[in-house]
Design a protein around this ligand. Structure first.
Ligand code: NAD
Length: 295
């Protein structure tokens, strides 16, 4: 059993922390939203009223925050994680953030001789609830091995992606593939419709052919073809269009910084940006098909 300080009890962080509690770890939670900490207490955890309070006596600190700005503030700010943890505490940031901030925070932790990994996730709220997340982990071997048992409590697939920041690198590359593939799968179904080809026929053929991909076979944007699709429940998220745009923008910032050529990634970011400007950013990202159809 580990003593865990958990900071950021939102849509993802709460079920992750609850899975740690189910596995008999002692979890002390902190969130700016007091309701969230109270809900954790109702699940058997303890509440903290500051970052320092959550870090006090923690053997492991896990963060699940919106973006790089909050991660920087929570780790590096006055009264933040690095200023308040015990010397042997392991730090695990599961938020999706930019690679540069992840590496900067990891370096600041190293400067204090603290072990840290970046461990962003794939699998969404359903994966967090079912403890079936995929963790993409950046950090040295020793920190990864220390983090692994806890990550296995919250997820099914744990991959060591390399040194600090490489978990974030894997996450944004993966989601660049996902965003672009969701657009092109949607375009293909819309083109098929114009050509008089039934959606079911295209699905039966492409799901078994070279056009096969996760956006088609697990998360098809057309209703009625795949039981798990948000399309079947009026595109209720799931993974919101706003979150997809956030990750596509992170990928574009990384591409600019490294001079990588990513025309489809750039196009996907632009399409999601227009989609969000035109409507509801809280809809599932597969709802992009409605924007492309002009609904
Ligand atoms: P969320 O907005 O529901 O939760 C974030 C929580 O952090 C909120 O409860 C907020 O109050 C808290 N918070 C913000 N600043 C804080 C601070 N300074 N101190 C303490 N608490 C603070 O977001 P989420 O959906 O849980 O996502 C968290 C991260 O996981 C994001 O980086 C997101 O990109 C990533 N992610 C989300 C999903 C998903 O499907 N929701 C999937 C994969 C990855």
């Amino acid at each position: 059993m580990a003593k865990v300080g958990f900071i950021g009890l939102g849509n993802m962080g709460m079920p992750m922390a609850q899975n740690l509690l189910k596995a008999a770890h002692a979890v002390t939670g902190f969130d700016l939203n007091v309701d969230a900490t109270e809900r954790l207490a109702a699940s058997g955890g303890s509440t903290a009223n500051s970052i320092a309070d959550a870090c006090k006596a923690a053997e492991v600190v896990i963060t699940m925050l919106p973006a790089g700005e909050q991660v920087r503030e929570v780790y590096l700010g006055a009264g933040g994680v690095l200023a308040t943890v015990e010397p042997e505490t392991l730090l695990i940031d599961c938020s999706t953030i930019d690679v540069a901030t992840a590496r900067e925070v990891a370096q600041a932790a190293r400067d204090k001789a603290l072990a840290m990994v970046d461990a962003p996730v794939s699998g969404g709220v359903a994966g967090a609830e079912a403890a079936s997340l995929t963790f993409m982990v950046g950090g040295d071997d020793a920190a990864f091995e220390r983090a692994r048992p806890l990550l296995e409590t919250m997820g099914k697939t744990i991959v060591h992606a390399g040194g600090p920041g490489n978990g974030q690198a894997a996450k944004i590359c993966n989601n660049m593939i996902l965003g672009a593939s969701m657009i092109v799968v949607s375009e293909a179904f819309l083109l098929a419709e114009k050509l008089g080809l039934e959606a079911q026929k295209l699905f039966d053929i492409s799901s078994k052919s070279s056009g096969q991909c996760w956006s088609m076979t697990s998360y098809c944007p057309v209703p009625g073809l795949v039981p798990t699709s948000p399309a079947n429940r009026d595109y209720k998220a799931g993974f919101t269009a706003a979150m997809m745009l956030k990750d596509l923008k992170l990928a574009q910032a990384a591409a600019r910084a490294t001079r990588a050529t990513t025309p489809l990634g750039a196009g996907a970011a632009a399409v999601y940006e227009r989609f969000i400007e035109s409507g509801d950013s809280s809809v599932d990202f597969s709802g992009i098909i409605r924007y492309l159809r002009g609904d």
